[in-house]
Design a protein around this ligand. Structure first.
Ligand code: SAJ
Length: 420
């Protein structure tokens, strides 16, 4: 095997599971992360993120000596870069972490190494990274200079795993492999085939970059369609969930589900990379982002209207009305609150509301600081007993188990269509 030592740079939601997958196949894996806490945690055989089944794989890999973490890269046969690519300014892709990763591996790169970029990236990022590496190591040749004969091979291979199912999808999903040359692609396939059960499909690095952006934009546009329908249906007194289930009986219609907005750090971010690249043409993709981003504001207006209704019906004082928000995470049955529309809705409502705001989130033990001052984390039963106005924000399985009879309140804003 031409890969004895594999280094994974960035030990987050993608890097750590990937490092663990290689280590579980008895490869020597060196994980690299600038976060000392993450490095120390992993070296104790523990994990610093929440992902089903990851803890055991990491524990076994560390105990058996196949995985160790460091803060600065060491020499390896292959480097996999899985660092964040957020945006800056007006939704422009920010490659600063990719650049920092390239700068950190450059001094230890040896002839024959393979460098794979996995981070979601704008088109051309892999070539850009190859350029940074070539500047830092003029003693080595790179694919943009020496083609198939290059000392260093470079490829783009996007991660496509679904949070919550990473350990399954990492092994089973097909991989798109975008080598800068045919040799680069062949070597990248060889690398992933160490643990992959899915197929490696080879293309150019630019197509592979665009493929990842396309997948997430496809989902965003389709969710935007569902969210737009939910507004139109609300205005016309139609139950959007019934409508969608009826329309989906057509053999060529498959509408996704509306919700409080689109969250997470992928689908709400990646389409902007296409917009930044081709603003003139990416009209639908931009509009979809705007539709999904505006959904939380619409939900907040609905809740304000429900509170006003409750007040006029009960002739109460605003401070007597108790509001309960159900769910904070960005999607069901996880504890991840990052970029969560439910979280931003709950924060804004808690600040605005004069009475008590209760929060139910079965996947966390304490409220984040931004909510702690204005609201209270309570159990599902307490919220159902005490609240006047119910706001369902996430379809956690605990909430789906609630039956219509358990909900006595007439004022319910249900963004997922599971209660009303
Ligand atoms: N959502 C809806 N309606 C739906 C489906 C989802 O409102 O019908 C919302 C969710 O509630 C959530 C957001 O969309 O707020 C995103 O959730 P998701 O489950 O669609 O996707 P992510 O962000 O967890 O993971 C996506 C996946 N991409 C695709 O399915 C095309 C995953 O495969 C990628 O690897 C991941 O992005 C990534 O890292 O890019």
């Amino acid at each position: 095997m031409s890969f004895t030592t594999i280094s994974v740079v960035g030990l987050g939601y993608i890097g750590l599971p990937t490092a663990a997958a290689f280590a579980s196949r008895q490869c020597q894996v060196i994980g690299v992360d600038v976060n000392q806490h993450a490095v120390d945690t992993i070296n104790r055989g523990e994990i610093h993120i929440v992902e089903p089944d990851l803890d055991n794989v990491v524990k076994t890999a560390v105990e058996n000596g196949y995985l160790r973490a460091v803060t600065r890269p060491l020499t390896a046969d292959a480097y996999l870069i899985a660092v964040p690519t957020p945006f800056k300014g007006d939704h422009e892709p920010d490659l600063r972490y990719v650049k920092a990763a390239a700068e950190s591996i450059a001094p230890v790169l040896k002839k024959g190494a393979l460098v794979v970029l996995e981070s979601t990236s704008p088109v051309g990022a892999t070539e850009q990274m190859a350029g940074w590496l070539a500047e830092l190591r003029p003693d080595l040749s790179f694919p943009q200079q020496a083609g198939e004969q290059a000392d260093i091979n470079i490829a783009y291979c996007p991660e496509r795993v679904l949070p919550g199912q990473v350990m399954i999808e990492l092994i089973k999903n097909d991989r798109v492999i975008g080598g800068m040359t045919a040799v680069c692609s062949t070597r990248a396939c060889e690398l992933y085939n160490i643990f992959l059960e899915g197929e490696c499909v080879v293309t150019h690095s630019r197509t592979a970059e665009m493929c990842k952006l396309t997948e997430n934009s496809f989902r965003d546009v389709n969710i935007a369609f569902a969210n737009e329908l939910s507004l139109i249906c609300a205005e016309n007194g139609i139950n959007v969930w019934e409508l969608i289930s009826l329309a989906n009986r057509h053999p060529r219609v498959n509408i996704l589900q509306p919700g409080p907005g689109v969250g997470g750090h992928c689908i709400a971010v990646d389409p902007w990379f296409i917009v930044a690249q081709s603003p003139q043409y990416a009209r639908l993709i931009r509009t979809a982002r705007e539709v999904n981003d505006s959904k939380p504001l619409w939900v907040i207006e609905r809740v304000k209207a429900a509170v006003a209704d409750c007040l006029s019906d009960t002739e109460g004082r605003a401070s007597d009305v108790t509001l309960a928000c159900f769910g904070l995470s960005f999607k069901p049955n996880i504890d991840d609150l990052r970029e969560s529309p439910a979280m931003s809705i709950a924060e804004k409502l808690a600040c605005w509301h004069k009475g008590k705001t209760l929060i139910v989130e079965p996947n966390i033990d304490s409220l984040p600081g931004s909510l702690a001052a204005h609201s209270e984390l309570v159990s599902l039963d307490v919220a159902l007993q005490q609240a006047d106005v119910l706001v369902l924000l996430v379809d956690h399985h605990e909430f789906k188990a609630i039956t219509g009879e358990q909900i006595k309140q007439p004022w319910v804003v249900d963004t997922k269509g599971i209660w009303r």
